[in-house]
Design a protein around this ligand. Structure first.
Ligand SMILES: Cc1cc2nc3c(=O)[nH]c(=O)nc-3n(C[C@H](O)[C@H](O)[C@H](O)COP(=O)(O)OP(=O)(O)OC[C@H]3O[C@@H](n4cnc5c(N)ncnc54)[C@H](O)[C@@H]3O)c2cc1C
Length: 518
């Protein structure tokens, strides 16, 4: 029989197997003569008080072994006559949709505009080192999607949307550490994600699925509100039965394509702001009550939120021990985001600090592109302000709050480089003033947060899609096109790796339910 035991202990104790064994034996009153095994079930840190605690939960087997944590999924070889589903985009949504299709005997055929992981990596190096941007292969486009070179944070609030556990278990099956099933805020890390995604690709191919890299969806043929075929790379016409559109928040040409075919899309709220970077040691000091270089504690993170003039301003995608990455997808723009390696052992801590944007912030709120145009405009203005390269405009955080240009910067992790700009003159007043007030509020919550040792980089603008591709909530079919399944982040139904993957799983289930062919 498996027993569950919960207690709190110090970070040191949590890493001491002898302490844990004794404590568990004591809690369950297990005599030394009895055989017993235990393993972590859940783990979280409570650093609210000076006395930092670990909330620990264990599974314990007394005179019996523990069952495996989960059953491995069998991805069987597809029959040669399997029905086919066409999927556009090999991000988490497209890949998990493909895996789910295989479990249901459906052959996934994926078209991905970007390159495979290894080749893509070279384009990222050129971008960071030489400022050479490849519009088809960058931090947003390519195998694994936008999440490939990320922190790989797997925490999601969207538990109601579906099977978070299934997504995490499949990730472990494809090479992630079991820790992601235990930690309250699991993460994988940029250095580990590529192997995991490669393993998923090999599984899809081994089962008889297809993945075509450097294959961009460029057009569709629509008859009687049904997509009859898709066009790839402006050349090949491929007939389709069901089309899953998993193209992510940066595929602006996809929104234009839909608009061209008069397929319904609408403007969607999103968030925009800046990415701020402190040193990790500084954040550790603030969050761990001055406890520095503590081998028993992970690099500290923060999650901050406030309301300014009826609008949420919050930290977004905080990356402890991370790097700020150049995430533009076209010339004439700059975009920042962040990633961390698995050990989160870089010396910097960065986070987006963003303001909620509504279509109604603009006079033409009914225009489906109103938020996208605003996003583009800010990215372009920042590109111009920093000298029309992949360098970004930057300011010391204290100077940002005081509205003065920064004379001297500490080093930052943003490899293409920064240019001193007074961001008050670049960001619209309704964004700047809210960010400014939010920083003052955050400084109350985390005294010391505002310092010129922290650098504000602009803009953080790809937080979610600024366009919604509306679908029926129960069937996931586009409200107008009966065989189009717009999913995950690009369509406005997910935000983050796990929720995108869940939407991919759910979408295949919907296709199975509604398709008489399957
Ligand atoms: C640097 C960075 C760090 C991030 N960190 C995290 C994190 O730690 N945790 C987290 O949960 N989320 C993170 N995110 C966000 C996360 O990556 C996204 O939420 C997630 O990848 C969305 O999944 P998706 O499958 O919907 O879309 P995407 O991952 O964007 O994938 C869409 C795919 O479609 C392809 N595509 C687009 N247009 C076409 C076309 N016309 N034809 C063919 N293919 C096309 C793209 O090339 C892309 O590969 C991060 C993002 C970035 C950029």
């Amino acid at each position: 029989m498996t027993h569950i035991i919960n207690f709190t202990c110090s970070p040191e104790e949590a890493q001491d197997p002898n302490f844990l064994e004794q404590r568990i034996r004591q809690e369950l009153d297990v005599k030394a003569s009895r055989q017993f095994v235990f393993r972590w079930r859940k783990r979280s840190i409570d650093a609210r008080q000076k006395q930092i605690k670990i909330n620990a939960s264990f599974e314990v087997g007394i005179d019996s072994e523990l069952a495996p944590r989960f059953a491995l999924q069998n991805f069987e070889m597809l029959p040669s006559n399997a029905a086919v589903v066409h999927i556009i985009g090999a991000g988490p949504a497209g890949l998990f949709a493909a895996l789910e299709a295989i479990t249901r005997g459906i052959k996934p055929v994926i078209y991905e505009r970007g390159k495979d992981i290894r080749t893509r990596r070279r384009d990222l190096a050129k971008l960071s080192k030489n400022q050479e941007l490849n519009p088809e292969s960058n931090y947003c486009f390519g195998e694994g999607g936008a999440g490939t070179y990320s922190d790989g944070k797997l925490y999601t609030r969207s538990k109601k949307r579906g099977d978070v556990q299934k997504v995490l278990e499949w990730m472990v099956q494809f090479g992630a550490k079991e820790d992601i099933l235990i930690d309250a805020h699991p993460h994988i890390g940029t250095n580990k994600l590529p192997q995991l995604i490669e393993a998923i690709r090999l599984q899809i191919l081994a089962a008889g699925g297809e993945i075509h890299f450097e294959n961009k969806l460029t057009d569709i043929s629509v008859k009687n509100n049904v997509i009859s075929s898709i066009q790839i790379n402006g050349l090949t016409e491929i007939p389709v039965q069901n089309l899953v559109l998993a193209t992510g928040h940066s595929a602006r040409d996809i929104f234009e394509l839909l608009q061209r075919h008069q397929i319904a899309i609408k403007a969607k709220p999103f968030a925009l702001g800046v990415r701020v970077e402190h040193t990790q040691a500084y954040i550790d000091g603030l969050q761990y009550h001055g406890r520095l270089n503590d081998a028993y504690l992970p690099p500290a993170s923060y999650s901050l939120v406030t309301q300014v003039q009826d609008r949420g301003v919050y930290s977004f995608c905080m990356c402890p021990g991370g790097i700020i990455a150049p995430c533009a997808t076209a010339d004439g723009e700059v975009v920042t985001n962040g990633w961390s390696p698995s050990k989160r052992n870089n010396i910097y801590a960065n986070s987006g600090i963003v303001v909620g944007i509504e279509p109604t912030d603009f006079p033409n709120a009914q225009d489906p592109f109103v938020c996208l145009h605003f996003q583009k405009e800010i990215e372009h203005k920042c590109w111009v302000a920093a000298g029309q390269t992949q360098q970004v405009p930057a300011q010391g955080l204290k100077d940002f709050v005081e509205g003065v240009k920064t004379a001297e910067f500490p080093r930052t992790s943003y490899q293409p480089g920064i240019v001193s700009v007074n961001l008050k003159e670049v960001l619209p007043e309704f964004i700047y003033s809210r960010l400014r007030q939010a920083f003052l509020d955050f400084n109350q919550k985390m005294p010391g947060f505002i310092t010129n040792d922290a650098v504000v980089h602009a803009p953080e603008s790809r937080t979610s899609s600024p366009v919604l591709i509306p679908r029926d909530p129960s069937s996931f079919k586009h409200i107008q096109i009966s065989n189009l399944y717009p999913i995950a982040e690009g369509a406005g139904y997910a935000g983050g790796i796990v929720s995108a993957a869940i939407d991919g799983l759910n979408c295949i289930e919907k296709i199975v339910i509604s398709s008489s062919n399957f």
